[in-house]
Design a protein around this ligand. Structure first.
Ligand code: ARG
Length: 566
């Protein structure tokens, strides 16, 4: 049963208007007191030669209450429809219960492939908080697309190639101590990398040495390749530790190095199409018609760059996955880079390039800390995650000292709190990291939603033995109950909006509002109290059950786990 379609049918009958026009004109009133759906009568004024309020009034008289519509009221130029609450709740709660985890899903994406590239940290450099932003958005998007039926591949485009490896090899050969590095790989590699930059200021010849090492690496020299592999392997061990903490998995770790033997073809194609021009010894694609700087394909020494590898990667992905969408979750500072490579791909007549999109996000500000790698003063992500878990644990220790599985709960809440923070606003807004807001159990936070879920689950545990499968929802039609069920109903719209705009924030806002409605409901409608009659109890329990399911599914689409009690 679709209430909107039902109302559209009724209006069509009463007015003789085109059915699709009617349905698309229907709006959700800004205030719940104004009903569930509003039909604006303004466009009818011309045809009917009457003022809209009069049209609304005359139409309202044509509607008598029936099974699904309780009443229709004229309000100014609008005709407002009020659903039959009991019927709407019954339909919705039953639908949620029978759909289970599939509530809010659709078949929209069946047969289509979406690639979500995210995280993509750089080898031998710390996985910093900007990568965490990408990882949070990127962990969520595949779940959202999968809910809509898409086939999704999660890709990690590791930064594992480029001239910085020449520098690192040079630094390692001068000051590297394998035993020390093995104990704390990324920190130690970063240390010698920073030292390289300091020393190179005094001794610029170090830069030449580094260039030579990178050249050797590109030519496949055994010793440098072994070192490169070693750096990559030990870095990945650390990255994977963080991914395990976050519950993130990738289908592919093909990083920049993977494309090192696939770039010549790109250079040849661009050359054949006459797109390459010389500029100060480098080969570039001119993009002046778009008012953006040229895209460098080969540097003056013949070396390829980041952009070349990205173009090769896009071509490879097109051939390998034949994608419908290829999404890059990368910080907004790289917006020009993506504009350039997409423009080059379009110029090469790759019609699929229009399906590539850069999904940017803002900066993360940690009051008082610096984010750059060069000077070594960075915040290590693993430390941030651990800090969140420890702080959560301390809160639990104070609030629920007798809880059994404190560690597990602290981990799910601590990690959830961080993920939520990144998905709380639209992506492009900057984030100021604040523990107080993140771990505020009363404010807009993951713990707030997780707590709502746990409260609901504890009610259901206490109600064990009560069979509410055939509950009569007409016993639970107060404003709070009805508002909550309406939230449950609209989950599918939030999922679609999130995918349309590649914005998990829509689901974040949804689940926060849902939890608010849930809290309001159980604070005003007693459920298991003795003076609540059996039928009302059952109706409310059915609503609790449906609500907890949807909170869990929605948090799941954000990559946030729930706990059964807290
Ligand atoms: N490794 C890069 C960085 O840390 C991000 C890679 C983004 N992805 C891409 N296809 N260029 O800044």
């Amino acid at each position: 049963m679709n209430f909107k379609e039902y109302v559209a049918d009724k209006i069509t009958e009463a007015t003789g208007l085109d059915r699709n026009t009617v349905e698309s004109a229907l709006e959700t009133p800004p205030d719940e007191k104004m009903g569930d759906l509003a039909f604006p009568c303004f466009p009818l004024a011309k045809v009917m030669r009457k003022a809209p309020p009069l049209i609304a009034k005359e139409l309202a008289e044509k509607f008598t209450s029936d099974k699904y519509i309780d009443r229709a009221e004229a309000a100014g130029g609008y005709l407002n429809f009020f659903f039959n609450r009991a019927e709407f709740e019954k339909e919705t709660v039953n639908a949620v219960m029978s759909a289970g985890e599939a509530w809010g899903s659709s078949e929209l994406g069946v047969g289509k492939t979406v690639l979500v590239e995210y995280s993509s940290p750089n080898i031998a450099k710390p996985f910093h908080i900007g990568h965490l932003f990408s990882t949070a958005v990127g962990k969520s998007l595949p779940r959202i697309y999968k809910h809509l039926g898409y086939n999704v591949q999660s890709l990690n485009h590791l930064g594992d190639w480029g001239t910085q490896f020449g520098k690192l090899i040079s630094a390692y050969k001068r000051w590297g101590d394998k035993d020390v590095i093995d104990k704390d790989p990324i920190k130690e590699l970063l240390k010698i990398y920073v030292k390289f930059h300091e020393e190179a200021k005094e001794h610029p010849e170090l830069e030449d040495e580094a260039r030579e090492y990178f050249k050797k690496l590109e030519d496949g020299d055994k010793e440098t390749t072994d070192l490169w592999k070693y750096f990559r392997d030990i870095s990945l061990v650390e990255f994977k530790r963080v991914y395990d903490m976050l519950g993130v998995k990738f289908d592919s770790y093909n990083g920049e190095a993977f494309y090192s033997d696939k770039m010549q073809e790109v250079v040849d194609i661009l050359d054949e199409k006459g797109l390459l021009t010389e500029s100060e010894g480098a080969k570039v694609v001119d993009l002046s018609e778009l008012n953006i700087p040229p895209c460098i394909i080969l540097k003056s020494d013949g070396a390829t760059i980041y952009a070349t590898r990205d173009i090769a990667a896009a071509l490879y992905r097109h051939r390998t996955y034949d994608f419908d969408k290829n999404i890059y979750v990368v910080g907004t500072p790289q917006v020009l880079h993506f504009k350039q490579i997409f423009a080059v791909m379009e110029k090469a007549d790759w019609d699929w390039s229009k399906n590539c999109s850069h999904i940017g996000f803002g900066l993360v500000k940690l009051p008082g800390k610096n984010m750059s790698t060069r000077n070594g003063d960075v915040v290590f992500l693993e430390e941030v995650l651990n800090e969140s878990i420890e702080k959560t644990r301390a809160i639990i220790e104070t609030n629920s000292p007798s809880m059994e599985n404190k560690d597990e709960v602290a981990k799910k809440i601590g990690i959830g709190a961080i993920l939520y923070t990144f998905l709380k606003n639209s992506r492009e807004k900057d984030i100021i990291f604040s523990w107080d807001t993140m771990l505020d159990f009363e404010g807009e936070s993951a713990p707030y939603c997780q707590y709502g879920y746990a409260r609901g689950r504890s009610i259901l545990r206490r109600a064990e033995g009560i069979d509410y499968s055939d509950a009569d929802l007409s016993k639970a039609v107060s404003d709070e109950e009805y508002a909550l069920v309406k939230q449950l109903y609209s989950f599918g719209d939030a999922v679609k909006d999130a995918a349309d705009k590649n914005e998990p924030f829509y689901i974040n806002r949804y689940v926060t509002n849902l939890t608010k409605a849930f809290n309001k409901f159980y604070n005003t409608n007693p459920i298991l109290k003795d003076d609540v009659d059996e039928e009302t109890k059952k109706a409310r329990l059915a609503i609790v059950d449906a609500s907890t399911r949807v909170i869990k599914t929605a948090l799941g689409l954000l990559g946030i786990e729930t706990v059964e009690s807290m």
